[in-house]
Design a protein. Structure first.
Length: 437
């Protein structure tokens, strides 16, 4: 079979669910911990996500939409020993372990960058793109996502993508998906991969690294990536201790551009020159690598603003024009604003947009956390899952349903209330219905 020549990247976001709340469940995630127990607004969260999708689609980038996952996950509660009717289960969990109740109600699947690692067909052993669903085994509330994610991605992409099950192996193979993977390429041709892991020495002192080297290696092996163009870099323990166990909080990349904090990686300059050489060999072009030092933006500022979690989009066929969607928090920080301004003046970005995603940001997820990049051959894009592809009609129906049915005010005490749960199940099902074929 001839390999298609031109690959373009689709964005896959998920509608935030009606049980969106601030459970403080993200261990080592500074924003998640800081907002624990605050009142959330699921309607605003879902609409903010839709605003971002509208902007992406308006830039001519294909955008797909997944429904919220089913919550509460009563199967989790029963498996952990709670018993009785559905209402009793929730009440028991509330009384005995509010953390387990919160996990069973969590909407963390909205951060689709953690759903899977994806590599295009032009890079590996298969003609189609390969996708390994992440097991998310590092956290209870996230480890319940992959089984539904697998089915949803199969339903959405069918045979257009080769989909692999989550890695087995528990903690040794803990995998957080695309948040810890970067791909560099040129003109939609073959690329170079960097997998970023956190375990091993030097170890962080405060937080547990969420991505293991063994998991990253297994994903690269499954997808048949070529050793010569695949790098495994260790996260700097300082980044993990500052709250950046996901590499996409301290580094970002698109095409031939890579921007990272000085303390993103525990690697020497030799690693950077090996990467640059491999990139030149693979693409016949020069990699643009921008390092941000601690005086230009401290690690804490990087984590507080989520500057490196901006969503970068290539908006022309030649790969020359890039747009950056920054969290609104970037505009509020002088150092972060200055950097963005400089990158635009230097011609790395043609447009900068600031997006209000505060409901997601308070759970520790920015614009890039909310999207999974999936590359497709250009001539296949229009045939893929039209029922889940962003359109004015879909956007209108989703907004109407969210405004009508979603709660606007949720506290941890609401999570076991039968009327709240019934309303949330109904709202979720009606949103899912809109996204059915
Ligand atoms: O896994 N937060 C998520 C944030 C994921 C961010 N993703 C990327 N960087 N790609 C996490 O820590 C918080 C849930 C809560 O607080 O209830 C949470 O799960």
């Amino acid at each position: 079979m001839n390999r298609p020549m031109h690959w373009i990247e689709g964005q896959v976001d998920r509608i935030v669910g009606p049980t969106h709340h601030f459970g403080g469940l993200g261990i080592g995630n500074v924003a998640s911990q800081a907002h624990h127990g605050q009142v959330s607004n699921p309607a605003a969260a879902a609409l903010q996500g839709l605003d971002k999708m509208r902007l992406v689609a308006s830039l001519g980038v294909p955008q797909w939409i997944l429904p919220p996952q089913r919550r509460p996950d009563l199967g989790l509660l029963r498996a952990l020993g709670f018993a009785g009717s559905d209402d009793e289960l929730l009440r028991q969990a509330r009384d005995e372990s509010p953390t387990i109740l919160s996990a069973a109600m969590s909407c963390s699947a909205m951060w689709t960058a953690n759903a899977a690692t994806v590599t295009p067909g032009c890079d590996g052993a298969y003609p189609e793109s390969c996708l390994t669903v992440a097991n998310l085994d590092a956290s209870l509330h996230r480890a319940i996502e992959p089984l539904q994610t697998l089915v949803e991605l199969q339903e959405t992409f069918g045979n257009a993508v080769r989909i692999f099950d989550p890695l087995p192996g528990g903690a040794a193979m803990r995998d957080e998906g695309a948040a810890n993977h970067m791909r560099l390429a040129c003109n939609a041709g073959p690329g170079v991969h960097i997998f970023v892991y956190g375990d091993g020495k030097p170890r962080p002192e405060r937080y547990w690294p969420r991505q293991s080297l063994a998991a990253s290696q297994a994903v690269a092996r499954r997808h048949g990536l070529r050793d010569e163009f695949t790098f495994f870099w260790k996260q700097h323990p300082r980044a993990i201790d500052a709250g950046a166990f996901h590499n996409d909080v301290v580094a970002m990349s698109d095409g031939d551009l890579m921007i990272h904090h000085d303390f993103a990686f525990a690697e020497t300059h030799q690693a950077y020159s090996q990467l640059e050489q491999a990139f030149a060999k693979r693409t016949r072009r020069k990699l643009t690598r921008i390092e941000v030092d601690e005086t230009s933006l401290s690690m804490d500022e990087a984590v507080n603003t989520y500057l490196f979690n901006s969503q970068i989009l290539t908006v022309d066929r030649e790969g020359e024009s890039r747009v950056m969607l920054c969290p609104a928090e970037v505009a509020e920080n002088a150092n972060a604003r200055r950097l963005v301004q400089r990158w635009r003046d230097d011609g790395h970005f043609s447009e900068i947009h600031f997006v209000d995603l505060r409901q997601s940001m308070h759970g520790g997820g920015g614009p890039a956390c909310l999207r999974l990049r999936v590359p497709f051959p250009e001539d296949e894009v229009d045939s893929i899952a039209p029922h889940r592809r962003w359109s004015e009609r879909l956007d209108g129906e989703l907004r109407k349903t969210i405004r009508r049915e979603y709660p606007t005010h949720v506290t941890l005490d609401d999570l076991a209330r039968p009327d709240f749960v019934a309303q949330a199940i109904g709202a979720r099902d009606r949103v899912a219905q809109i996204l059915c074929p």
